[in-house]
Every structure is written in C-alpha cells, then in structure tokens.
Design a protein around this ligand. Structure first.
Ligand code: SF4
Ligand code: SF4
Length: 414
C-alpha cells in the first residue's frame, strides 16, 4: 500500500501561496490575553527566526524545489524543529489554501529521500522499529507486561482462536513507559467493568507508524499501516480503541489514505464518554479536586476530539474544571510531538514550561490530559522544575470515581 500526500506534486506550489501574513504565529483576536500566552507556534516562539515559523518553512520548501537553496544542516534543523502541532494548518486553512503542517511532513520525507534527514538523534527511531517493531527499542516480549496482575484475563486476538469485535490497541508508548502504563491498566479495568467484550494483539502488536511518519519515514508508515490494516481486517475487528492520540490520528486518518479500513477507530475518551452516557459506567465516588484540561494536538486539532474528555470530567462528582485561556483549537502544544522529544529535548521542555505555566495560572491542582507524549513531556518538565501541579490522565480520575479509592487499593493489593 502506497502513501501519497494530498497535493503531492503540487505541494511546493501550494507553499508558494504563503502570504507571510503571520496569522499562524499568534493567538487569534478572541484569545488575546497578553504577550506571555500570545505566541502560538511553539517552534517560532522558541527560536524566533523566520525559518522556524511556518512561513519561513514554506519559503524554504519553494527555494529547495527551485534549486535556489541546498540542503544544509541549518535547513534540516529548521525543518525538524516543529512539533507538528497543527496550529498553522488549522489557521491557514481558514484564510488561505495552504496546509503548512502537511508541507512540513512532506519536506521531511524529501529530506529522508535526499539522505539528510532526520536529525542524528532521531535516527534511532527507524533503527528501533526495524529491530523491535517499536520506536523505543524495547523487546517485543515485554509489550504485554502491563496486563500482569489485573485480576482478569484479556483475550489475545492475534492468533484468531479467541474472538472479540473490539480491539484495545495501547500503542508502544503506553505499553513500555512505566510512568504512564497504569493508564492502560485503568482503561482495561473500566472496559471490563462495563462488560465490553474486547481483546488485544498481545506481543504481536506492532507500532502504528506514527512517530516514523512524523519524521518523514513514509516507507515505514506504509509498512506498519499495511500490516496493521491487514491484521485488523482479517481478524474481523469492528472497533479499534486506542488511548494514544498519535495512534488514533494515524489509524483513523492516515491509514484511510493507505487502504480499505473495515473498522472504526475510537480514542479511549470517546468510548468511555459513551459508556457513561449509556450508564454502563457510573462515576459515583466524589473526587474532590480542581483540574485544568490540556487538549493534546493529535487528539484535538488533528483528531477534532474536544468534548469527550470534558464530558468525562463533568460526569465525576467533586471535580471542578477550570479552563486555560488557550483551549480546544487554540490549545498551545505540550512540546512533545513531531520527534521533538527525541531530537531536541531542550526545545520540547521549553515548550512544556510555557504550557505548564499557563496551567498553573488557573489555580488547578491537577493538569489532566489524554496523550502519552504530552504526559511524558509534562512529567519530564515537572520533575526537573519541581512544579506543584500534578499530572494525571483523565482515565485515572474516572477509575477513582467508579471504584472509589479504597476499593481500588484493595484490588491493587489482591
Ligand atoms: S502559512 Fe498561512 S497563515 Fe501562516 S503566514 Fe503563510 S499564509 Fe499566513
Ligand atoms: S505545526 Fe506547530 S510547531 Fe510546526 S510550524 Fe505549525 S504551528 Fe509551528
């Protein structure tokens, strides 16, 4: 299965339509609060040179295509200093014909074709995928360690002997990072509690290809996309449920350009909000706290899911949600996407600092989100800075409200 960018042959011509109006650099009129939260492109905000803004990258694309500019370390650095947050695309689609975030991914694919991309520190992602089928270099045999001690057995659908229409696909980051693995255990418990008939692919689960695609490795996307689409279709899966914003956007939107997907894709928060609505899950125990919610870029702007996580929070007695100024389509990025954490950790953490400062300003005790990359990046910054804010996935708060803290402690102990 071959992936083709929309406007593949025309991409650089589209880039030439950039008017350098600067609208994609800052928040829009109704969001203006002050300088501190006024700048919206994480990359331009951090580096402050034209080449690191969407407009500069558009002009770089045109100059490269026309042969007016050669690939150089500086050019590659500018192209890979983008979190693929999608704010420029959201903005420009409303005022012009460009898709600047797609243009950046396309330039990265060109950089790989030319043998100059990605950044040296990011090359390990492709090496790990080749060796282990996950970007983090973890053994395949450890992929399902998170299922141990759950107190119930999850079906392994990979061999076709056990059957279920719902596939829970945790993705590589939740499966392997011990700091956030509890959130997929929480999700499995909630699905079990609600009586959802579901299974997993066990150690046969492979990466969705999202991290590779965001770095420009189109062939790796084609490989993992083809494998996964074939597996999901052959197993008769009707619904793929994933807690990862990157997997969600890739399996739902990018795979649709690769082949026929005979299943629907849901992010965990959508499934959980539906289960609450259908009274299959009843949040009854109060969780008395004040929270603010961070919209992950790949769930929000890329996936257009804004309401479901807020509906879950509103269903939990005792929770007060105080919103930040920049939310939903205007949410500021966590800094962790687009390969930034692997390639440019300083930039990723500087972006996290800006978002956490905004979250702290609400007076909330908890910063709630629903994406493993946001969670990793926020946790790294919080650990280093000693922020008083605590990070939690929305699913953990729901679990506390369903089971109650005492019940839950007993379950963990037993
Ligand atoms: S990418 Fe679009 S919004 Fe941004 S400067 Fe160019 S024309 Fe303006
Ligand atoms: S995707 Fe985000 S970080 Fe990248 S250029 Fe656009 S606004 Fe800036």
């Amino acid at each position: 299965m071959k992936f083709k960018f929309e406007f593949e042959e025309e991409m650089w011509k589209k880039a030439a339509f950039c008017a350098r109006c600067g609208t994609c650099r800052t928040v829009h009129a109704e969001q203006i609060e002050g300088q501190e939260t006024g700048w919206q492109c994480p990359s331009g905000t951090n580096y402050f040179f034209e080449s690191y803004y969407p407009s500069g990258r558009n002009y770089t694309a045109v100059a490269l295509q026309r042969g007016q500019l050669d690939w150089s370390e500086r050019v590659v650095d500018a192209i890979y200093s983008c979190t693929t947050c999608g704010f420029c695309q959201y903005t420009c689609e409303r005022i012009n014909v460009l898709k600047p975030t797609d243009i950046i991914r396309w330039m990265r694919a060109k950089a790989i074709e030319a043998g100059v991309g990605p950044l040296p520190a990011q090359r390990v992602i492709a090496q790990n995928l080749d060796a282990y089928d996950n970007p983090w270099g973890q053994p395949r045999t450890r992929r399902t360690n998170w299922t141990r001690g759950l107190g119930f057995k999850i079906k392994d659908l990979s061999k076709g002997k056990e059957k279920a229409e719902v596939l829970f696909y945790p993705g590589c980051t939740y499966a392997y990072d011990p700091r956030i693995t509890e959130y997929i255990r929480d999700t499995a418990r909630l699905m079990h509690e609600a009586g959802v008939d579901f299974g997993i692919l066990g150690n046969a689960e492979k990466c969705c290809g999202s991290t590779a695609f965001n770095l420009g490795y189109v062939k790796l996307l084609e490989k993992y996309g083809s494998d996964n689409i074939e597996t999901f279709n052959n197993l008769g899966i009707k619904t793929v449920v994933t807690p990862c914003a990157g997997c969600y956007n890739t399996i739902k939107n990018v795979y649709a350009q690769l082949g026929e997907c005979q299943y629907e894709t849901k992010h965990t928060v959508v499934m959980l909000a539906e289960l609450i609505e259908q009274k299959m899950l009843k949040p009854i125990h109060p969780v008395n706290t004040i929270v603010t919610y961070h919209d992950p870029c790949h769930l929000g702007r890329h996936g257009k899911i804004y309401d479901a996580p807020r509906e879950i929070l509103k269903s939990i007695p005792g929770i007060t949600l105080i919103e930040m100024n920049r939310i939903r389509e205007y949410a500021f990025c966590c800094g962790g996407g687009g390969g930034a954490r692997t390639g440019k950790l300083d930039f990723a953490l500087a972006t996290a600092r800006r978002r956490i400062k905004e979250a702290e300003g609400t007076g909330a005790k908890l910063l709630v989100t629903a994406c493993p990359f946001c969670e990793q990046n926020f946790l790294d910054y919080m650990d280093a800075s000693g922020s008083k804010l605590e990070l939690v996935d929305v699913v953990k708060l729901l679990k506390q409200s369903i089971f109650g803290e005492q019940d839950e402690k007993k379950k963990e102990a037993g």
